[in-house]
Each structure stands twice: as C-alpha cells, then as structure tokens.
Design a binder for this molecule. Structure first.
Ligand SMILES: [Zn+2]
Length: 430
C-alpha cells in the first residue's frame, strides 16, 4: 500500500509543507478571526514576517482560558457554514464549543483514517465502538468517520453494559474494539464471571482511548498489563483533544503516538514557553492546519508529555508523543513530592483490595495540596485496611487521607449528570 500520510516523508519536505500551511493560516486568521486579529494588533505582529516554524515562537500562546472566555471570537465562519457543534468535556472548568464546518469534518475524517491505518486497521476489520457518539463528543464522530473512510465495519454499541457488549461480540464478530482501557478490564471481569472464553472470541485488537496504557518508557503500565494478562489482544493507544481536532495514534510498534504533520504543528513547551528537548516533559502546544471553523494558533492544551524524534521501526519518521503524564493544572504537590493523577490512577488500579476509587485534591489552611482518596475496599476487614494503607505508604512515601465508601456511594461521586465518563479525579483547590 502506498502511504498517504505525510509522516513518512523527508523532514525538509514536511517543513516546507507546514510552512506554506502556516502562512495560509496566518493570513486566514488575520482576515477572519476576531480573537487573533486583536492579538496580532495588540502585540504588533506582522504576519508577513512569520515565514518559518521557528518564527512561530514570536507569537504569544493561546490558553484554555482565552478559549473559555472568548469562545465565539475564535469562530472564523458565519453560523450558516457550521455543521457540527462539538464540545470539550469540561472536566476543567466551563466546556468549550468547537464548531466544525463541512471541510473540518472532512479533515477530521482524514485524521482518523490515518490514525486507524496507523493502528493496523483495514477494510477487513470490524470495530465495536464502546463509547458515546452523542453529547457533542467529537472523538465519537471522528472514529466513526475515520473507520468509515477505511471501509471497515462499524458497530456503534455505545459505552457500558458488558453483557450487551459480549453478546454483540459473539453475534457480529468484530475484530477490534474502541474503548476506555478501564472499561476493558470491566469487560474481562464480566467475562470471567459469565464463563466466556475471551481468548477464543473474534476480537484481536483494541484502540485504547482516554486513559494511558503505557509508562513513559513505552512498556505497558499496570492497566495495560492487567488487560493483556487475561486477554491476548494487541493494544494501541491514542491521544487527542477536541480543540486540536487531531489524534496521535500508535502504530503496531507501540512506541508513542504518531504525529500527523499535515494537520497540526506541535510544540512541547516549558514553563517559560521555551521548547523542551526530546525525553523532557513539556506542555503540548498546537497550531491547527487546514481548520476552517475554529483554527487555533499556538494553543496550550494543558497536557504534559514527552516527545521522541528517532524514526519509528514502522517507517514513519515524524515525531512520537509519550503517554500523557497528566494535565498541567492537575499537578499535585503533595508533602514534597510532585505527581499527576494518572500516576495515582495506576497505583490504585494495581491493587485487588481496591475495587474502585475517586481522588480528591484540596488546599489546606496553609494552601498546601492535600489528597483524599475515596476507596471501595474489597471487604470491610481490618486486614484489608492495613494492606491498603501499607501499600500506599510504601509507594507514595506519604499517607493520603482515606475514606472508605460503598459501590453505590462511589458511583454517585463518579457520575454527576453532566459527565460523559466516570469522574476519578476531583480538584477542589482554590
Ligand atoms: Zn511507528
């Protein structure tokens, strides 16, 4: 197959292509974007002087706050051109609307087509989508459009309901699933209890969304390992955000999410908006290419990760992103240690004594971060409590507060009416 992606091309060709697209974007923003027109004027930016990727550094970054507070000013087209109104999940403050035109939906489909190709997808596959296509969820529609363009089969089953998932797998024989990894664990659990031999089913691979399955050295994390211990399927991680309308998806090598340079310019920035070196955590900052409705210029996603720039064994030479280490805003400074919620998720997912959990962070009266863990213990015994406390003390070297709750209580905390997925992290810091 002749690859259509730009991630295989020589670096200088990719740079020339990106620079042309960048100049087009700047001219477009200067003409159509109320927000960026104002930003260029305020900072006396002559867009004609920005010709190379390096020149981009002279443009101030755009933040989530900008997008939240001035959402409508990012729109570059009249309402009559908008087809889809998608929205961010709003886990960190007010949700943001991202409006897409017909051309943006086409771009989104191309993006996800490349992603599924990258994750070894073909017309011979059938994907069972274990996620919502409603509630303005962009990723749902993106997967649908991308798989459709590949020519593979689609089963839109939606999230949850393990019994129905397995019944459908048995009946329609999908080769792949698209799901949140912690839900895959629930599927495995259900199958074990129901006596389903999961390794004899038609499913051979899973596109893992929303949660990490790898450590920073690309080895499987606890969640990934737990899945593979019971279910011999190939796991592919994918990372995306509504704002960038683009995904970073792993190939079969499983060495980080591949960059699609024709769709975004990605920069990883430190605290002072300087570029970080490969293998050093930085904030994912993107400039969308080819977006018509709400293009973004140097938008800071809030996601922290690392990049690697050696060519991949799959033949793609574009850079790769590590798993998301966490959200910059969610960084916890707890009794002298720095940690991100995903690392805590990993820790809590590992123990059989902990059936489910929610992490709450708040500020104490001297403005220090405090961690409260709502845990559903496997049983009410003192021994179980001791094991949990000893484990957390050993792994964290500090003792968070623990509140034991029932399954019903934790579900009330996790599923507030507005949320699309279970909330595992609550930030009550000022
Ligand atoms: Zn690769």
């Amino acid at each position: 197959m002749i690859p259509t992606e730009k991630s295989y091309q020589q670096a200088h060709e990719v740079t020339l292509m990106q620079e042309q697209k960048l100049r087009d974007l700047l001219a477009y923003l200067n003409q159509h974007s109320p927000f960026y027109k104002e930003l260029f004027a305020k900072h006396q930016i002559n867009i004609h002087e920005i010709k190379t990727i390096a020149d981009l550094s002279s443009v101030p970054t755009t933040t989530k706050d900008d997008l939240q507070q001035r959402n409508d000013d990012f729109l570059c087209v009249p309402r009559s051109k908008i087809i889809e109104y998608t929205s961010t999940s709003g886990t960190l403050g007010r949700p943001v609307t991202i409006a897409l035109t017909e051309s943006d939906l086409d771009r989104l489909a191309y993006n996800e087509y490349n992603s599924f190709l990258c994750a070894d997808g073909s017309a011979d596959d059938t994907y069972q989508l274990m996620l919502t296509l409603d509630r303005q969820f962009m990723a749902g529609i993106a997967y649908y459009l991308g798989i459709r363009r590949i020519g593979a089969g689609i089963i839109r089953l939606g999230p949850g309901v393990p019994a129905l998932q397995w019944e459908t797998i048995r009946r329609l024989k999908p080769t792949a699933i698209v799901a949140v990894p912690s839900f895959i664990l629930k599927l495995i659990q259900f199958a074990k209890e129901a006596g389903i031999d999961i390794n004899s089913t038609s499913v051979k691979k899973a596109i893992c969304i929303g949660e990490n399955i790898r450590n920073n050295d690309f080895s499987l994390n606890i969640l990934g390992k737990k899945i593979n211990e019971s279910w011999d399927i190939k796991l592919y991680s994918t990372y995306a955000s509504t704002e960038m309308q683009t995904a970073f998806t792993e190939c079969g090598e499983g060495k980080g999410g591949h960059y699609q340079p024709e769709l975004v310019i990605v920069e990883l920035l430190d605290e002072n908006d300087q570029h970080v070196e490969p293998g050093t955590p930085g904030e994912v900052t993107i400039t969308t290419l080819g977006v018509e409705g709400m293009p973004l210029l140097r938008y800071k996603t809030g996601d922290m990760c690392m990049y690697f720039d050696e060519p991949c064994a799959c033949g793609r030479i574009s850079l790769r992103l590590s798993s998301i280490m966490g959200r910059k805003k969610q960084m916890i400074k707890f009794k002298g240690t720095t940690l991100y919620p995903p690392a805590l998720f990993d820790l809590l997912n590992e123990r059989e004594e902990i059936l489910d959990f929610v992490i709450e962070v708040y500020s104490n009266d001297i403005d220090m971060d405090q961690v409260l863990l709502y845990l559903v213990p496997a049983d009410d015994s003192e021994e179980c409590d001791h094991r949990i406390r000893a484990y957390l003390q050993a792994r964290l070297r500090v003792s968070p507060h623990i509140k034991y709750v029932t399954i019903e209580e934790i579900q009330k905390i996790q599923f507030s009416e507005a949320s699309r997925k279970a909330i595992k992290f609550i930030d009550k810091r000022a």
